[in-house]
Design a protein around this ligand. Structure first.
Ligand code: ZN
Length: 400
């Protein structure tokens, strides 16, 4: 008996992550890695233990490019937006719920359960944003890799200065990022981006019309809310432009910047994102929950902007499932090719997080922790259509 058994996983279909579907496909694994991918006919003579997955499709693991595991304990607690798109109203609910549920141990338990839920849904890596540095430890020992980013806020005056002072004391190996253009001032955003260097820099950008109103005029619901919170809004000089154009004016848009949400962007801002090489993380489920609108995905694709998918947190999404995100994305954009949608949930995300050599595609040399998804499809065309529209009805098991 070999010390490291080789397995040949066979299924009616194998999906590579790049949109390729192989009928009567097979994946040869060895020493924890994929050794070969192809048709069963081509691979059947290799010396390996055959595992037959009739009625399934074998896919790469999925990658979630935006979540807040730290907010998992607030699942459902902020409630719905008071009105569609009223993000400020929802944030008020979030802060009230947070104040009423301060037990850190219970919060950590909820984060761990959320991480287990992601794994059960086939997610192998997640870019996670939190406000407590210790939340960066949450992924230890889990098979779903957590790339944690400590998020800083401080719009102007004392709050921005305090964030800058705190930043100076954070260990260099902790990834840090800014929350959003309406909650982090220009000096803080610039300092965080400079600190990130050539590493990924995710930031919430243009999520709601209320955000853009505040950036353009300095007034509206966000101004009222910040004033209520004691932020000296008069000390903030509104840039008088949309969120993407504003970030570009700060010099922080480049190929390492990940603009999360990006729902309310003008056509010229889409061109700007493309010119700078910035990527966009679409969060269809959260956007639907908040009623903030639908991101201009087709235009972004036409401009060649790298697109990935994120769930956001359980506080703004009843599900923590990339299958749900794919389903909502296709409902919002019925013309999107299913292979493009599947790539957003798998190989595109892995590429963005810098782990594509290990996860997200199905190719020789990547991790052999793959998914066997129950799938009734009879033709190659039906397979990706099924995978990107089944949502939370998905039934899968890990091959590893
Ligand atoms: Zn978020």
């Amino acid at each position: 008996m070999q010390e490291f058994p080789r397995y040949l996983y066979r299924a009616p279909f194998v999906v590579t992550g790049n949109g390729r579907v192989i009928a009567d496909g097979a994946v040869l694994t060895e020493n924890g890695l994929v050794a070969a991918v192809g048709s069963y006919a081509d691979l059947k003579d290799v010396d390996a233990q055959v595992e037959d997955y009739e009625g399934h499709v074998i896919t790469p693991a999925l990658v979630n490019c935006h979540a807040h595991l730290e907010l998992s304990y607030l699942a459902g607690l902020p409630g719905d937006c008071p009105a569609p798109g009223d993000m400020v109203g929802w944030i008020r609910g979030l802060l009230a719920a947070r104040a009423a549920h301060g037990d850190v141990a219970a919060q950590n338990d909820a984060s761990l359960m959320a991480l287990a839920r992601l794994y059960a849904g086939g997610c192998r890596a997640v870019a996670d944003i939190g406000n407590r540095e210790e939340s960066g430890l949450i992924g230890g020992g889990f098979k779903t890799e957590v790339l944690f980013f400590l998020e800083l806020l401080g719009l102007c005056g004392d709050s921005e200065n305090a964030a800058l002072a705190a930043l100076a004391g954070i260990d260099a190996d902790v990834r840090c990022t800014a929350h959003a253009p309406y909650s982090a001032g220009s000096a803080l955003i610039r300092a965080l981006k400079a600190r990130a260097g050539h590493a990924l820099f995710p930031m919430h950008v243009a999520e709601s019309a209320q955000e853009v109103e505040f950036l353009r005029t300095g007034s509206g619901p966000f101004a009222d809310f910040l004033t209520e919170r004691g932020v000296p809004v008069a000390a903030f000089t509104p840039p008088g432009m949309g969120a993407v154009r504003y970030l570009d004016s700060l010099g922080v848009l480049d190929k390492h910047t990940l603009c999360v949400h990006s729902v309310h962007v003008e056509d010229d801002e889409i061109s700007l994102l493309a010119t700078r090489g910035a990527a966009v993380c679409i969060c269809p489920g959260s956007n639907r929950f908040m009623g903030v609108g639908v991101a201009p995905v087709q235009k972004m694709l036409a401009h060649g902007i790298p697109l990935v998918l994120g769930t956001d947190s359980l506080a703004s999404n009843p599900h923590l499932s990339l299958w749900w995100e794919m389903q909502v994305l296709r409902e919002d954009h019925p013309d999107l090719p299913p292979e493009v949608v599947f790539a957003m949930a798998s190989v595109n995300g892995a590429r963005l997080l810098g782990i594509e050599d290990r996860i997200g595609a199905l190719a020789p040399g990547v991790s052999s922790s793959l998914l066997a998804v129950r799938c009734p499809a009879k033709t190659e065309a039906e397979v990706l259509d099924y995978l990107t529209s089944i949502g939370t009805e998905i039934s899968l098991e890990w091959l590893e």
